[in-house]
Structures are given as structure tokens and as C-alpha cells.
Design a binder for this molecule. Structure first.
Ligand SMILES: *[C@@H]1O[C@H](CO)[C@@H](O)[C@H](O)[C@H]1NC(C)=O
Ligand SMILES: *[C@@H]1O[C@H](CO)[C@@H](O)[C@H](O)[C@H]1NC(C)=O
Ligand SMILES: *[C@@H]1O[C@H](CO)[C@@H](O)[C@H](O)[C@H]1NC(C)=O
Ligand SMILES: *[C@@H]1O[C@H](CO)[C@@H](O)[C@H](O)[C@H]1NC(C)=O
Length: 607
């Protein structure tokens, strides 16, 4: 009975169905299809744009730690309660490494860096000082000028892989004392600011000049970036020496493809790409041209090229036994003796280059005989590929310190090339993504005595104190008002906590409800700084979204997710509707059967 009614209804509906199918779905269908296709295209585009290149660049090795595999993020960072910027969380290997105890000077930047700027870390990778800068900071290090240590860095706008800015010098209180700019109507480039013992600065400038580029397949009335080195007197700003790459190197000595460059003044052919200048006590300049693969020695009096090593205009033969002085795309060429130079050999310019191992190099140069010999290389334990940036520093211990530029790592080697200490400030599996990089990394002593006061903030039952840039704090001393005279307050010590990291937590007992302050005490027991006086208040928990900084990435992620969900929805709903219409069409053939029909069907089944 029930079945008959149902089958009647079903027949009714199947009789009515053609109307439905002729009506609603036909109107909707093309519209939904277009949406589904757009969504699928969007998803595919996002996948190709963001996921495929990343997968291709991922450098997996079986010996990677969780840190290097990116479990803590591309560039793991830590935040503070009393200080509103982050600092990297580093990985030091081996775990018992005896790293040089001095401070590390880096300028992290990249998509995974929330607060790019100059930064000092201690030997364990703990933050000492940082300052968030809106422009780009490069080449941050300590240099001596007139017997005083200065923090020096370049700051400005980066465009076209070079810079338009100036060089800054901060004293031990982090106060800006000098700003150095090139002589002439020129912008200072980011790559070099080297102070000589004579109180002069060696700097680099990229100047667009008219040039005939037909020898490299470019326009006759073209433009190239001339590499200029200047030596200036820092105190007076007087120009002491200037040398131009175009006086020696022609455009066709470059290994940099012209591509679409060279037609406009603002998009010149970057044929030489100077990236370091050094000077020895004989007054000879040593200048590195990345795109000509050349290291050139220039007479400081005449400006004559004394010799040129590497590239198309190489004058040297290689007398090394097994390894070769075959550097490419190099950085940071420095004098290490009258006949010895060091450099950072990138070896690669792009991720796609076939020989992907970058290294530090020590080279002996016999200029009269025009012979070079490779003395030593400094290789990263993970066979690092660094397509840009990088530097090599010779420590006074004899050890060699290498910053891996585009790869977020720095490594200390013995003079023989054995790894003493390898520090990563980003996940090495993702180094080729360049999400966290530092043009150079150096080691140095430093005494910082900021002319600010220490920062303090409550959280939970503790007070957190820090003092950005203060290197001399040994102990933090919590003091409470004695409760006697508000117009002449006196404080009693409550507790002392040794300072071990950037921020120190001082626990508070519940009965401490007086006015408080924290004093910074040095190793001699002298108070060198004091926080403001504060009273205890309930802590404000940090917003949950405070840590989500890369809003662009978040939005793209949400959009991609929406595309995906919509695409899946479209696919499923079509499928369901498809199935429904099939079952709708089969209402008639699949008729509810009587028990007899079932029996007869059972009879027909093979036994
Ligand atoms: C480079 O160009 C110069 C002329 O500008 C020419 O004399 C020289 O032979 C060229 N060198 C090469 C390697 O093509
Ligand atoms: C410093 O000045 C002296 C004297 O003028 C000169 O001999 C020497 O080469 C200079 N050194 C550098 C690095 O410029
Ligand atoms: C404040 O009190 C201290 C002792 O507690 C005293 O030596 C000092 O003179 C007082 N200052 C003033 C301005 O009265
Ligand atoms: C508190 O200190 C001020 C300034 O030193 C002084 O004038 C005043 O008499 C003191 N008050 C008491 C109650 O001691």
C-alpha cells in the first residue's frame, strides 16, 4: 500500500520533473560553471605562484634538525614583555660549540622578519640591541674611527639590487655622530662602508651613465651603471680619490645577462656590480666586481690598474693543486697580507645554477709572476648555496668567521677550515626562499651604554625588565618604597636577579603592593640605570593576533582557502545534482516491487 502510494508520487514527480529541468537548472548552470572555473583557475594560479616555486626551492637533507626543517617557522623569533620588537631564535651547532664569545652584528631582513634593522646578538644568539628602521639597513658592523668604536651601517632605499642612501655612525650610547654621503650629486650604495686607519672611508656608488651597449646586444644609445669607488675624509667630507669601473672594464666583460636593461637611465645595465673596496697600508685598493667576476688591484696614487684577477680580463694563472681559484659572483674581497686576499665566493647567481656550493676563500697572489694559489676554503657543513651577499672576517684569534648572506647562517671556522660553531637564524631547508637574510654578519667587541632608561612591564606575578643596547648590566635589583615620605621617596632593596638574557623576569611576592623600581647594577656593584617608579597593576594580556604579522600572507591564505572550499563545494554540488537528476530519471525504471517480484529476482540469482 505504502509502496503504491510512493510509486504514484514518484511517478507524479517524474512526470513533473521535465518542467523543473527545463526551468531552473538550465538558467543556473552556466553561471555556476563560470564561477567554478574562475575559482579553479584562481586556485591553480595561487598554487603555481606560491606553492610550486616553494616546492622547487625546498632543499631537503636527511641530516636536518626540526629547526632546519622549519617546524618553528622560516625565521623563528621570540618576543618580549617589556620590549616591543622581536629577535631571532637561533640554532647553534654542535650543541657544545665553543663559539667566539664576542657579539654578533647582523641586519636581518626579509619576509619573515617583522622588524628589520641593525641588530646585536650575544654569542648565544640572545638579543643585545636592535632598532627598527623603516628603510633598509645593510653592512652593520663595528669600526674604529679616531680611536673610538662606532656602529656603522648603510641605510636608504634599495632598488635594482643597489642602494640610494647614506652611511651612519653611532657611538656607544647609540647616538648618531656622523652621516657620510658621496661627493657629487650621487647616492651612496649599500654594499660598502670601510673605514681606514687614516680616518677615511671607502665607499661605492652606482651611477647611471650613457654607454654604447651594442657589444652586448643592447642599444647604441644605452645606459649602464658605472661602478665608482670614492675615498673620503670622514671629518671634512673631502674627496681624496675616485675610480670608475668604466675606465677599465667594457660592458662585454660582464657575465650578467643584459635582459631588458640598458634602455633607460633608471634601469641601467648593472654590468659590474661593485660590492666591496679595501685598501692596504701600501695604499693599494682592492675592489670586487660581482658581475665581472673580477677582483682588481688599483694604485692609490695614479689610479692605474696594477692587476686584475678573475673574469674575462683575468691576468693570472692558477698554481693550486686540486682546488681552484675559480670564484664567481663573489663578495667581500679583502687584503689579508701584502700577498694574501680573502673573499666570499658565492659561485652561484641563481638557485638554478649547476654548481651550488658557496664558500669562503683565502688566496695567495704572486702579482709579479701573475700566479695565484688557493690557500684554503671555508665550506659550510650543509654545502651552502648562497646566490647573493655574504662575507668573510678574519678574527684576531686566527679563526675565520663567515656570514652566508642570502642564507640565514653564520659560521666560525678554525684557520684550517674546521667548523667551530655554526649558527642558523632561519630554517636551512628554506634558505633559498630568502625569507630571512643578512647582507653581512660580523663579530666584534662592543660596549653599549644607551642614554635611555631600562624598560619594565608586568605580566602575571612578575616584572620583566630589559634595556635595549646595555651591555654592562650584571644584575637587576628590585627596590620598593619604604612608605615614609612621598615627596622624598627612599627605596629598599627587595631582591636581586642576575641578567642572563635580553629580558629578565623578577618574581613579585603578593604582599609587594608599594611603589617599585628596578636598578641596573654592573659587575662593580654600581647602579648604572634605573627604571621609572611604578606601582603594581594587573597585566594586560597581549592580543592573540599581536603575533600574526604577515597580514598579506594571511589574506592570501584565506582567499586561497575560500577558492578551495568554493571549488570543492561546486564540484560536490554538481555531483550531487547530477546524481539527483540521474535518480530522478530512474524513478520510472526502478519501480517499487512487490514481494513476488523480489522473490522472482531472488530465484534468478545464481546459487
Ligand atoms: C669587447 O668590446 C670591445 C669594444 O667595445 C672590443 O674591442 C673587444 O674585442 C670586445 N671583447 C670581446 C671579448 O668581445
Ligand atoms: C694612511 O696614510 C699614510 C700616510 O699618508 C699612507 O702611507 C697610507 O698608505 C695610508 N693608509 C691607508 C689605508 O690609506
Ligand atoms: C631626602 O631624604 C634623605 C634621607 O632619607 C636625605 O638625605 C635628603 O637630604 C632628603 N632630601 C630632601 C630634598 O630633603
Ligand atoms: C618629607 O620630605 C620633605 C622633603 O625632603 C620634607 O620637607 C618633609 O618634611 C618630609 N616629611 C616628613 C613627614 O618627614
Amino acid at each position: 500500500m505504502f509502496w503504491r502510494t510512493f510509486s504514484g508520487l514518484a511517478r507524479l514527480s517524474s512526470w513533473r520533473r521535465p518542467q523543473h529541468r527545463a526551468g531552473r537548472p538550465r538558467k543556473r548552470s552556466p553561471y555556476r560553471w563560470i564561477l567554478a572555473i574562475v575559482a579553479a583557475l584562481g586556485g591553480l594560479l595561487l598554487f603555481c605562484l606560491f606553492v610550486v616555486p616553494q616546492i622547487r626551492r625546498f632543499r631537503f637533507r636527511t641530516d636536518l634538525s626540526w629547526y632546519d626543517l622549519g617546524v618553528h617557522g622560516f625565521g623563528p623569533s621570540q618576543s618580549y614583555v617589556s620590549f616591543d620588537q622581536d629577535s631571532p631564535v637561533v640554532q647553534i651547532s654542535p650543541s657544545d660549540a665553543q663559539c667566539d664569545g664576542r657579539y654578533t652584528f647582523i641586519a636581518p631582513r626579509g619576509d619573515s622578519v617583522a622588524y628589520p634593522g641593525p641588530m646585536i646578538l650575544d654569542a648565544r644568539g640572545e638579543l643585545v640591541w636592535t632598532r627598527h628602521q623603516w628603510g633598509t639597513t645593510q653592512d652593520f658592523r663595528v669600526q674604529r674611527y679616531r680611536g673610538e668604536d662606532f656602529l656603522t651601517y648603510w641605510q636608504g632605499d634599495e632598488e635594482d639590487a643597489h642602494g640610494r642612501g647614506s652611511w651612519y655612525m653611532l657611538d656607544s650610547t647609540y647616538t648618531q655622530r656622523y652621516v657620510v654621503s658621496p661627493v657629487g650629486n650621487l647616492d651612496g650604495d649599500l654594499h660598502e662602508f670601510q673605514i681606514t686607519p687614516n680616518g677615511t672611508a671607502l665607499i661605492i656608488i652606482y651611477e647611471p651613465i650613457p654607454a654604447d651597449l651594442t657589444s652586448v646586444g643592447g642599444p647604441e644609445l644605452g645606459w649602464l651603471y658605472d661602478g665608482i669607488l670614492q675615498e673620503l675624509d670622514i671629518a671634512t667630507g673631502e674627496l681624496l680619490f675616485e675610480w670608475r669601473s668604466s675606465s677599465f672594464f667594457s660592458p662585454n666583460s660582464s657575465y650578467e645577462p643584459l635582459r631588458d636593461r640598458g634602455h633607460e637611465r633608471t634601469a641601467g645595465y648593472d654590468y659590474i656590480h661593485f660590492n666591496s673596496v679595501d685598501k692596504d697600508d701600501q695604499g693599494r685598493y682592492l675592489v670586487s666586481g660581482r658581475h665581472t667576476h673580477s677582483i682588481t688591484c688599483i694604485d692609490g696614487n695614479t689610479g692605474d690598474v696594477l692587476w686584475n684577477l678573475g673574469g674575462a680580463q683575468n691576468e693570472f694563472s692558477d698554481t693550486s693543486e686540486d682546488a681552484k681559484v675559480d670564484f664567481h659572483w663573489q663578495h667581500d674581497a679583502r687584503w689579508r697580507g701584502p700577498n694574501t686576499i680573502s673573499l666570499f665566493d658565492n659561485e652561484v647567481e641563481a638557485d638554478t645554477d649547476p654548481t651550488p656550493v658557496s664558500r669562503g676563500m683565502m688566496v695567495e697572489v704572486d702579482a709579479p709572476a701573475r700566479q695565484v694559489k688557493l690557500l684554503r676554503t671555508y665550506d659550510h657543513p650543509q654545502a651552502m648555496m648562497t646566490p647573493s651577499q655574504g662575507n668573510l672576517q678574519l678574527l684576531d684569534t686566527g679563526n675565520v668567521f663567515v656570514g652566508w648572506g642570502h642564507s640565514a647562517a653564520y659560521t666560525e671556522f678554525t684557520s684550517k677550515g674546521d667548523v667551530v660553531c655554526d649558527v642558523h637564524f632561519g630554517a636551512s631547508a628554506f634558505f633559498s626562499f630568502g625569507r630571512i637574510v643578512s647582507y653581512r654578519v660580523t663579530k666584534s667587541d662592543w660596549v653599549g651604554m644607551p642614554n635611555t632608561i631600562p624598560d619594565a612591564a608586568f605580566a602575571g606575578d612578575s616584572i620583566f625588565v630589559s634595556w635595549n643596547g646595555a651591555t654592562e648590566v650584571a644584575t637587576w635589583r628590585l627596590e620598593a618604597w619604604d612608605g615614609l615620605n612621598l615627596s622624598n621617596m627612599t627605596f629598599n632593596p627587595i631582591s636581586q636577579v642576575p641578567r642572563t638574557t635580553f629580558e629578565t623576569e623578577i618574581p613579585l611576592t603578593p604582599e609587594l603592593d608599594s611603589y617599585l623600581r628596578v636598578c641596573a647594577v654592573n659587575t662593580n656593584g654600581e647602579v648604572i640605570g634605573m627604571t621609572d617608579v611604578f606601582s603594581r597593576i594587573s597585566a594586560h594580556p597581549r592580543g592573540i593576533f599581536a603575533s600574526v604579522r604577515n597580514w598579506g600572507a594571511v589574506l592570501i591564505g584565506i582567499f586561497a582557502l575560500c577558492c578551495l572550499v568554493f571549488g570543492v563545494y561546486c564540484a560536490i554540488s554538481r555531483r550531487l545534482r547530477g546524481r539527483r537528476s540521474i535518480s530522478g530519471g530512474s524513478y520510472q525504471p526502478v519501480r517499487p516491487r512487490d514481494d513476488d517480484d523480489n522473490e522472482s529476482e531472488l530465484d534468478r540469482l545464481p546459487v
